[in-house]
Write a protein that binds this ligand. Structure first.
Ligand code: CUA
Length: 337
């Protein structure tokens, strides 16, 4: 085990423990689109119902506490008429009212979701989202490019997400933009969402999927349509090749000659494996490790050197690099804008 306390590996652990969370926590009660607004509305309706129930229960409790029955009253049976009255009260308030309320809420909700799905505007854009333990593969069929853990959408346009998984069940949830939709093996679920405000929205896997379920976040960036087009035009491009002899060029050689290529793809090079995230435009992304870290030089270096210290159990092994090699590799990766 001695090699695991090498200083450069400890650096990875330091990165994991000292950096603040990469993304702020979102609230489902601050919706930024009609699909999340529906969920928020239901939250408030159910909250109001729960408040009424709470008030009634507390009132009954106070009533029961205040009522004096006199010595030994608990052992005397109630008069039959009173007994019947209380029995009907329990049946109505404890059985019928909750059953009617809950079935009405559920019925209206299911009907509303169905209607919303039917009325959903024709999507302008389709994006495939594939869940992995523990990251999100995002593929844009129009343009033919992939990103990871980051979905860009144009503001005001309905976007269709085709959701599936490469391994276990995950659940796609961007509280400010969408309801929860499961990603199920062998099945594709379709979710339509529209972002009405430009912004960066944190999403989270909402179905326990293993050790790093909590570190399976994503970010949806809603861009003004012109910014979106510019972003998509950049993503379509293959990675730029660094000039021969430069430090970035050495990094590229190192990348292609090492274990990196067994898992990652960089379009425009020979690296084309799809086991891990596509790195073609890695440096343009906001986070690393599915929302675990901000994407900056130090965090990326820590992640490359020892991703296990940051996110134990993920499939990326530690890399044993000299400081010169790390610098070259980092220069190359940072050039992947
Ligand atoms: Cu994926 Cu939890």
């Amino acid at each position: 085990m001695r090699r695991f306390i090498r200083p450069h590996l400890a650096f990875g652990g330091l990165v994991g423990t000292l950096t603040p969370p990469a993304l702020a926590s979102p609230s489902a009660l601050a919706p930024a689109g009609p699909d999340a607004a529906r969920v928020a509305l239901w939250w408030w309706i159910m909250f109001a119902i729960a408040c009424v129930v709470f008030v009634v229960v507390v009132a009954l409790l106070i009533y029961a506490l205040m009522r004096r029955r006199g010595q030994g009253a608990f052992h005397r049976p109630l008069p039959p008429q009173q007994e019947r009255r209380w029995f009907s009260f329990v049946v109505i308030a404890g059985g019928i009212v909750p059953a009617v309320t809950l079935s009405t809420v559920m019925g209206v909700n299911v009907y509303g979701e169905r209607r919303a799905a039917q009325e959903a505007a024709q999507p302008r854009l389709t994006i495939q989202v594939i869940g992995h333990q523990w990251w999100w593969e995002v593929y844009y069929p129009r343009g033919g490019f992939s990103t990871a853990n980051e979905i860009h959408v144009p503001v005001g346009q309905p976007v269709e997400l085709k959701l599936t998984t490469a391994d276990v069940i995950h659940s796609f949830w961007v509280p400010q933009l969408s309801p929860k939709y499961d990603l199920i093996p062998g099945q594709t679920n379709t979710l339509t969402l529209t972002a009405q405000r430009a912004g960066t929205y944190r999403g989270q896997c909402a179905e326990y999927c293993g050790l790093q379920h909590a570190h399976m976040a994503l970010v949806v960036v809603a861009d003004a349509p012109r910014d979106y087009d510019a972003w998509a035009a950049r993503q379509v491009q293959p990675a730029a090749n660094p000039p021969a002899g430069s430090v970035a060029f050495q990094g590229q050689q190192l990348f292609q000659g090492s274990a990196c290529v067994y898992c990652h793809a960089i379009r425009g090079t020979d690296a084309s494996s799809r086991l891990g995230p596509d790195l073609t435009h890695l440096a343009s992304r906001l986070t690393l490790g599915a929302g675990t870290l901000r994407n900056n030089y130090g965090n990326l270096a820590g992640w490359v050197v020892n991703a296990q210290a940051v996110k134990p159990g993920n499939k990326m092994p530690p890399m044993y690099l000299s400081s010169g090699e790390l610098k070259a590799l980092m220069t190359y990766l940072e050039s992947l804008q």
